[in-house]
Design a binder for this molecule. Structure first.
Ligand SMILES: [Zn+2]
Length: 333
């Protein structure tokens, strides 16, 4: 008989679905806090996939798409294991903020991995998560979006590690833009890449796409992509779909150089664009245009700010310069 696995405070046998958490110490009431996890352990061994949501607390696409996915998983037919973490940063998620508002020293959880056992509060949360994940994880998807300021459209960040590029390609035909990312320290995906394992950060959605059925569509597109990943690795039945080729790019952040009202142009996201294309304008309160933002080079815009109030240094446009067109990311296509 296979051994029980201990993941955080969850003990799980083959063929079981268990809920629990990664312990984070007690709160002011003396009650044990935990980062919620849901474990689907298949009857047969196979890849161990972690799906991590809401590293940033203003990005609920993670928890929603995870719920949509898990409703479609029959654990008795699963090969391998899914560990779902709907919200990694519960303190941030509760307030709908990017980071834990009470942590002013390690606020952005996606910049501090692997965290620190004796560090600032979010560093400790990251450390607890990483310590458990690294023991039980072959593949990791971290789900992000434009949060409360921007909309981002089907972009992946992945390091130049074969396992990570294969995982990126397994997301399916819509996800053919794969931007470069560093390996080692910073994000959970970069830590996975440092170990030579598959780790990707995926971007889709933002608060402008949460009204009524818009949010269903974002959740469905994400959960469909996870199903494609599960098919690619043989974890569930079915034929995976792939892009014909992948755009290997790097992100250029276009930040505001003025404070005022940012109004985006009606540009096509995720479509080839010429350098110099106008992407948006910033106006002052007298209605004068004080800045115009342009595409910095030939490439694609994959995200645009929708929050009008803008300060110097705020994100306005997420642009990808394409460095190579690749067709060699899949070793088992
Ligand atoms: Zn994010």
């Amino acid at each position: 008989m296979a051994q029980a696995l201990q993941i955080g405070n969850v003990t799980v046998q083959p063929g079981e679905v268990k809920r629990g958490g990664i312990p984070l110490g007690t709160d002011m009431y003396g009650i044990e806090r935990a980062m919620p996890i849901i474990v689907y352990r298949g009857v047969e061994d196979g890849p161990r996939l972690w799906i991590n949501g809401a590293t940033h607390g203003d990005e609920p696409e993670g928890p929603y798409s995870i719920h949509l996915l898990l409703k479609q998983i029959d654990v008795t037919k699963l090969k391998g294991m899914i560990v779902a973490v709907p919200a990694m940063n519960v303190e941030a998620f509760t307030g709908g903020d990017r980071g834990d508002p009470r942590d002013t020293f390690s606020y952005d959880m996606n910049r501090i991995y692997p965290g620190k056992a004796d560090g600032y509060s979010t560093e400790r949360v990251a450390w607890a998560h990483w310590a458990v994940m690294k023991e039980h994880c072959d593949l990791q998807i971290a789900i992000h979006s434009g949060g409360d300021h921007s909309f981002l459209d089907t972009a992946i960040f992945a390091s130049d590690v074969p396992a990570s590029l294969e995982l990126a390609a397994a997301m399916g035909p819509d996800w053919n833009l794969i931007n470069a990312s560093s390996a080692g320290r910073g994000s959970p995906s970069s830590m996975m890449a440092e170990l030579g394992r598959g780790g990707i950060t995926v971007e889709l959605g933002g608060w402008c796409s949460m009204f009524k059925t818009d949010f269903h569509e974002v959740g469905r597109r994400l959960s469909d992509a996870y199903l494609n990943v599960l098919r690619h690795y043989g974890m569930i039945e079915g034929q995976p779909q792939y892009a014909d080729k992948w755009l290997r790019g790097h992100q250029v952040a276009l930040l505001a150089n003025s404070t005022g009202l940012f109004i985006g142009e009606d540009v096509q996201l995720r479509t080839a664009m010429k350098g110099g294309t106008v992407l948006g304008h910033i106006y002052n309160l007298y209605g004068d245009e004080i800045e115009t933002l342009y595409a910095p080079a030939d490439g694609q815009i994959f995200g645009l700010r929708f929050r009008v109030m803008t300060q110097t240094g705020d994100w306005c446009c997420f642009y990808a310069v394409i460095d190579a067109v690749r067709d060699d990311f899949l070793t088992r296509k």
